[in-house]
Design a protein around this ligand. Structure first.
Ligand code: SAH
Ligand code: SF4
Length: 348
């Protein structure tokens, strides 16, 4: 059993069932989440019997760093080994006003979006809550957040490997623990779940998880979207946007439509007008992402001049729009790229 899979009440119950006092649960959480001491090495007030119980009957840390690469712009990318000797990616992006950690939710992905490298890999497994929370704790340790007792890390995004809403229960539970004030005390809106549009779980999320939501939108009509994202056949645009509307109404959180700019595919002025018309009635923002090419892919990045023209058309329709900065280009900081380089021996 992994202690990080348990919320506070579950941990309290586990301790009670094994003859320990309930309040010890908060002490254990304090060591793990506030002090970053998940090996329970520090001088602490826990009775020896309890420490032995934890060490013999449970384990706490399911992930470890395999490689670290630092970009000139401060971005750090880690390849993280999860249980079963499988690897996922995690990227830390420091900016002026926020510092964001991008984490993974699955090893591989089943959805085969054509522009995404992760989609070309075979799906291997869902990450457990412990493996998801473990990524955040590892990153905080690496950036010195526990030593300084600071909150350098301000935002978490589920934009690494995998489709979070196809690992719904584990992602929900990890968020529940991340926002707990006795754990890392994140606010819901500082956590963003990015999804290709698993509609039933977006509807479920509105009642259970109140994070910010990002939708991998990428095309302004069903024909094109189904071509580049096969999941659109099951959950087409109208259904998806209605689920977003419901999410905004219920949670009052922001929904952003991510739009990856693929040269000559979805980036014409007509596409921009179509996207503006489609999204005008919904209170969503649009985030344009310059495409990150990977070896063997069939797409190219739209030139920046054309991305700006596309953005202008959207803006002229009074829709909030931003263009994502490309970070960590020198360390292969694009979805699925470090993992691939590691497999083929480019990165040791
Ligand atoms: N499965 C989820 C989250 C992981 S992908 C989702 O699809 O939303 C995170 C984001 O990276 C998505 O918006 C995805 O569309 C985008 N992405 C994937 N491959 C990319 C690439 N090569 N270049 C730029 N963005 C990419
Ligand atoms: Fe999976 Fe997201 Fe990549 Fe699509 S974009 S293949 S859903 S990880």
């Amino acid at each position: 059993m992994n202690l990080l899979d348990l919320n506070l009440i579950e941990l309290e119950n586990l301790l009670k069932e094994n003859g320990f006092e309930k309040f010890r649960a908060k002490q254990i959480w304090d060591l793990i989440f506030k002090q970053g001491d998940w090996e329970l090495k520090s001088q602490n007030n826990l009775p020896e019997k309890l420490i032995n119980f934890i060490k013999e009957k449970t384990h706490i840390f399911p992930v470890k760093i395999k490689t670290e690469q630092k970009s000139k712009d401060g971005t750090i990318k880690w390849l993280v080994e999860v249980e079963g000797k499988k690897n996922v990616e995690m990227v830390y992006i420091p900016e002026e006003r926020r510092n964001t950690l991008c984490i993974s939710s699955q090893v591989g992905c089943t959805l085969n979006c054509k522009f995404c490298h992760t989609g070309t890999e075979i799906w291997k497994k869902n990450l457990s809550p412990a493996e998801i929370i473990g990524q955040v704790l590892l990153a905080k340790k690496q950036i010195g957040d526990f030593i300084k007792n600071s909150k350098t890390l301000t935002n978490i995004v589920f934009m690494g490997m995998g489709e979070p809403l196809l690992n719904y229960e584990n992602v929900r539970k990890s968020c529940e623990i991340l926002v707990d004030k006795n754990a890392l005390d994140f606010s819901w809106k500082k956590i963003t779940i990015s999804t290709s549009g698993i509609v039933p779980n977006i509807i479920k999320m509105a009642d259970e998880v109140k994070t910010s939501l990002a939708i991998s939108f990428h095309a302004p009509n069903d024909e094109l979207r189904t071509e580049i994202m096969p999941i659109n056949k099951k959950y087409p645009i109208e259904m998806l946007l209605n689920a977003c509307k419901n999410y905004i109404e219920k949670t009052k959180q922001m929904v952003t439509l991510e739009y990856v700019m693929l040269d000559g595919v979805n980036d014409s002025a007509e596409h921009a007008h179509e996207l503006a018309q489609l999204t005008k009635r919904y209170k969503t923002k649009i985030n344009l992402i310059p495409f990150n090419p990977w070896p063997g892919c069939e797409y190219k990045r739209t030139p920046m001049k054309k991305i700006k023209e596309f953005a202008d058309i959207i803006e002229n329709n009074n829709i909030g729009i931003s263009i994502r900065k490309n970070r960590g280009n020198d360390i292969l900081a694009a979805c699925g790229q470090l993992q691939a380089a590691f497999q083929n021996g480019t990165v040791k």
